[in-house]
Design a protein around this ligand. Structure first.
Ligand code: OSB
Ligand code: MG
Length: 386
């Protein structure tokens, strides 16, 4: 099948409440949505870049630039290979076909350096399109094995410890299997100790989004008393060696997020023992094919993985759910209910959580219906190719 047309839209969506981290606030999420059309079918992609270059160097606008000036003009007219038909081959065979298919589509732009989030938007839309053409769910196409996946929730920094405690109580009531708390220098050990006191046996983790350096090691070691499931990304993206030095001294497992931007990074983190857990986000590593190879490497090394989030709409969450159904994703992901983010999601049915689990859609492709009319009415810019 050939990609006959590509449509990229910018759709600003307001979060129900602002999300604060050590590097800033997100309130309006400027989402880029990509539709790839072929043979009467459509595949959906969502770009995870934020509007500011804080989490990584990419932004909504760099992704728009790279996609519209370099990528989309060159992939329209290219082939997305078939997956075979549903049931004809085992899940792994089906998935292998898709891997080649989605990556082949990007062959004409292999020369582009960096910009994994922009490229992943296309790669992941191509998987959705190929899965729909084969009549299988995205999870099946990827080699997923689980019908439900364990899910947690990530809470932004709050104005006070009381506000945070109230939010944690609500998350536990809603059944989330793990509650992740953002931390930053000056807003760490004491606040977390209060939360641990109030929620004695809750599964808690902390995410620093690169806010510390190795000079803070003694401070971070105080976290060992709080029985956290993990400490996510204390140091900068390039600090694999320093993370290894900290992990040597820390009982709490370190989880890497920003540091794992490629298969090479994952291999290096393993080699250096920089972490004991990995947060895998397909948008961050260039798409599903790279995600699956990282998954396979880490599974073999018995390194636990979970699927992170980037405040996606229901489209990006459907992608994440499909990936999280692979066997290596043993820890709860940051894949929270639609209503945690949005007054109203742009997919139906909305994603819901029950008993700490979320159902992996089983319909063709991403397996949820996209509200194209509403997307159209919210679109602030659009670029069409083909
Ligand atoms: O560090 O995991 C992160 C959101 C945006 C950018 C980075 C991160 C996050 C989250 C929220 O923690 C995850 C989610 O619920 O989508
Ligand atoms: Mg993180």
């Amino acid at each position: 099948m050939r990609v006959e047309r590509a449509v990229l839209r910018e759709v600003p969506l307001e979060l129900r409440e602002p999300f604060d981290t050590s590097h800033g606030r997100v309130h309006v999420r400027r989402v880029l949505l990509l539709t790839l059309h072929g043979e009467g079918l459509e595949g959906w992609g969502e770009c995870v870049a934020l509007s500011a270059p804080s989490y990584s160097a990419e932004t909504t606008d760099t992704a728009w630039h790279v996609l519209t000036d370099f990528v989309l003009p060159r992939v329209v007219g290219e082939a997305v290979g078939g997956l075979g038909t549903a049931g004809e081959a085992g899940a792994t065979r089906v998935g292998m076909g898709a891997r080649e298919a989605a990556e082949a589509l990007l062959e004409p732009v292999r020369w582009i350096r960096g910009h994994p989030m922009a490229l992943a938007t296309v790669e992941m839309a191509a998987w959705d399109l190929a899965a729909r053409a084969a009549g299988v769910s995205l999870a099946q196409a990827l080699g997923g094995e689980r019908a439900h996946v364990p899910v947690g929730i990530s809470l932004g920094l709050k104005p006070s410890a009381d506000d945070l405690a109230e939010a944690v109580a609500r998350c536990i009531e809603e059944g989330y299997a793990r509650v992740k708390l953002k931390i930053a220098p000056g807003r760490d050990v004491e606040v977390l100790a209060l939360i641990r006191d109030r929620f004695g046996d809750a599964t808690l983790s902390a995410d620093a989004n690169c806010a510390y350096t190795l000079a803070d090691a003694s401070r971070l070691k105080e976290l060992d008393a709080l029985d956290l499931q993990m400490l996510e990304q204390p140091f900068g993206p390039d600090d694999l060696v320093d993370h290894a030095r900290l992990q040597e001294q820390l009982r709490t497992p370190i989880c890497l997020d920003e540091s794992i931007a490629s298969e090479r990074d994952a291999a290096a983190a393993l080699e250096l023992a920089s972490c004991r857990v990995v947060n895998l986000k397909p948008g961050r590593v260039g798409g599903f094919a790279a995600s699956r190879r990282i998954h396979d490497t880490l599974l073999k090394a018995q390194m636990p993985i979970w699927c992170g989030g980037m405040l996606e709409t229901g489209i990006g969450r459907a992608h994440n759910l499909a990936l999280a159904s692979l066997p290596g994703f043993t820890l709860p992901g940051d894949i929270s209910a639609s209503r945690r983010y949005w007054q109203r999601d742009i997919v139906t049915p909305e994603h819901v959580v029950a008993d700490g689990l979320m159902r992996v859609p089983t319909g063709p492709g991403i397996g949820v219906d996209v509200d194209a009319g509403r997307i159209e009415s919210l679109t602030v810019r659009v670029a069409t190719f083909g």
